[in-house]
Design a binder for this molecule. Structure first.
Ligand SMILES: NC(=O)C1=CN([C@@H]2O[C@H](COP(=O)(O)OP(=O)(O)OC[C@H]3O[C@@H](n4cnc5c(N)ncnc54)[C@H](OP(=O)(O)O)[C@@H]3O)[C@@H](O)[C@H]2O)C=CC1
Ligand SMILES: N[C@@H](CC=O)C(=O)O
Length: 350
C-alpha cells in the first residue's frame, strides 16, 4: 500500500520521521507492505512545496538542514510552492497528515484546526502535538471516526516509548487506578545534569541543543508539558475527560543545585513527578517536583529517559521506561502510528 504524506510543520521531529522512512524504506515495504510518498510539506518559516506525484525526501532534508526555503526545491512542472498549512491539508492528494507543528499549551492551536480540517476531508492524522489530544480529544476522535479517518498520537506521551498503546491495547481488561510518571524529558535531563554539576542555564541549553525542549521551554520547566501529558493519560487511558487548567502544576524553576545535592546525600533524588489518580469523585492529577527514595524505580531514571508506573487491578503494577524526548525517538512514534494505520487499512480490505 502506498501512503501519501503531507507534513504540516517540518522541524526536528518531522525530519526525524522522514529520515527513518528513507532508512527503512525496503524493510517497511517487505515487512509491513508499507510504501510512503511525501507529497507535501508546509512550514511557517521554511515555506511549502507540493507535488501530487511525490517529492524527493533527501532533497527536502538537505534544504531543511541547510536552512534554505522550500521554495528552492527543484522539481518537475507539477511542483507547486506557497500553499499554507490549511490549503495543504485540504487541497493536496495526501492520505495522511503528519501534524508536527509546535505545541501551544494555552490554545492547542493551530494544530487543533489542522486536525479538524483533515478529518472534515476524510484524511487521517498522525501527530506528536500534545495540544489536540489534551484539549480536544473527544471532539477530534469523534470527527475521525465519523469521517472514517485514523487519529494516531502515540508520541504525545513519552515520545517513542509506547505509553499510550501499552495500557490501551496490551493491558486492556484492567482497570488502571493510578498512573505515576516522569513525563518530561527536558526537565529530567536538566535535573540529572544539575546533579552532575551543570548550572540550570547550562542544562537547559544542552537540552535545547539536543532537540528535547519545546519551542518555548517555559512549557517544560514550568511543568505545563507534563500537565498536558497527564491530561492525555486521563482522556485516553482512563477515559475520563480532564481540564488542563484544573491540574495543579509546579515546575522545576525553584529546584536548585543545592537541593539536588542535599537529596543525593540523603540517598534520594528530586524528580518532576506527574500523578494521575482515579478517585470516587473523578480522576485527579498533580504535577510537582518530589524527593524520591533511591529505592523508588522513578528515582533511577536518568537524562531524557522517562518512566511510567500503571497500577492495574488485575496485572498489578506495570512499569515502563524509555525515551521521553528526542528527534529520532519521536519520529519513531509517528512510524508506529503509520504502521497501525496501514494494518487497519489492510484489515478493512480483507
Ligand atoms: N522534540 C521532541 O522530543 C518531542 C516533540 N514533541 C512534539 O512534536 C511537535 C514537533 O516538535 P519538534 O519538531 O521538536 O518542534 P520544532 O519546533 O523543531 O518544529 C515545529 C515546526 O512546526 C513549524 N510550525 C509552527 N507553526 C506552524 C504552522 N501553523 N504551520 C506550519 N508549520 C508550523 C515550525 O516552524 P518555525 O520554526 O519555522 O516557526 C517548526 O518548523 C511539537 O508539538 C512537540 O511538542 C512530542 C514529543 C517529543
Ligand atoms: N519537550 C518535551 C518533548 C516531548 O514531549 C519533553 O522534554 O519531554
Amino acid at each position: 500500500m502506498t501512503v501519501k504524506l503531507a507534513f504540516i510543520g517540518f522541524g526536528g521531529v518531522g525530519q526525524g520521521l522522514l529520515q527513518i522512512l528513507l532508512e527503512k524504506e525496503n524493510e517497511l515495504r517487505l515487512e509491513e507492505g508499507l510504501e510512503t510518498q511525501v507529497v507535501a510539506v508546509a512550514d511557517v518559516m521554511k515555506g511549502s512545496v507540493y507535488n501530487p506525484n511525490g517529492l524527493d525526501g533527501n532533497q527536502l532534508l538537505s534544504l531543511a538542514k541547510e536552512k534554505r526555503p522550500l521554495s528552492e526545491y527543484i522539481g518537475d512542472s507539477s511542483t507547486i510552492t506557497g500553499l499554507d498549512s490549511i490549503r495543504t491539508i485540504q487541497e493536496t492528494n495526501a492520505d495522511v497528515i503528519v501534524e508536527v507543528t509546535f505545541t501551544d499549551v494555552n490554545t492547542g492551536q493551530p494544530a487543533i484546526d489542522h486536525c479538524r480540517a483533515a478529518f472534515e476531508k476524510g484524511k487521517s492524522v498522525i501527530t506528536t502535538n500534545k495540544g489536540p489530544v489534551a484539549l480536544a480529544y473527544q471532539e477530534l476522535s469523534e470527527a475521525a471516526e465519523n469521517n472514517g479517518a485514523f487519529f494516531g498520537f502515540e508520541g504525545t506521551v513519552m515520545s517513542g516509548t509506547p505509553a499510550l498503546r501499552l495500557p490501551r491495547e496490551t493491558l486492556c481488561g484492567n482497570k488502571i487506578h493510578q498512573i505515576t510518571g516522569i513525563l518530561n524529558g527536558t526537565t529530567n535531563y536538566m535535573l540529572t545534569e544539575m546533579e552532575k554539576g551543570s548550572s540550570y542555564e547550562e542544562a537547559l541549553k544542552k537540552a535545547q541543543e539536543q532537540g528535547f525542549a519545546e519551542a518555548d521551554p517555559t512549557s517544560d520547566v514550568e511543568g505545563y508539558d507534563a500537565r498536558y501529558k497527564a491530561v492525555i493519560l486521563s482522556n485516553v487511558v482512563m477515559q475520563t475527560p480532564m481540564i488542563a487548567a484544573n491540574v495543579p502544576c509546579t515546575g522545576i524553576t525553584e529546584v536548585t543545585q543545592e537541593m539536588l545535592h542535599e537529596a543525593v546525600k540523603e540517598g534520594k533524588r528530586i524528580r518532576l513527578v506527574a500523578k494521575i489518580t482515579r478517585t470516587e469523585s473523578g480522576v485527579k492529577a498533580v504535577i510537582q517536583p518530589e524527593k524520591l527514595d533511591e529505592t523508588n524505580p522513578l528515582a533511577a531514571v536518568p537524562g531524557a529517559t522517562n518512566a511510567i508506573l500503571y497500577e492495574c487491578d488485575l496485572a498489578g503494577p506495570i512499569f515502563l521506561t524509555g525515551a521521553g524526548a528526542g528527534l529520532k525517538e519521536t519520529g519513531f512514534s509517528l512510524l508506529i502510528d503509520l504502521i497501525h494505520f496501514t494494518r487497519q487499512k489492510a484489515a478493512v480490505k480483507q
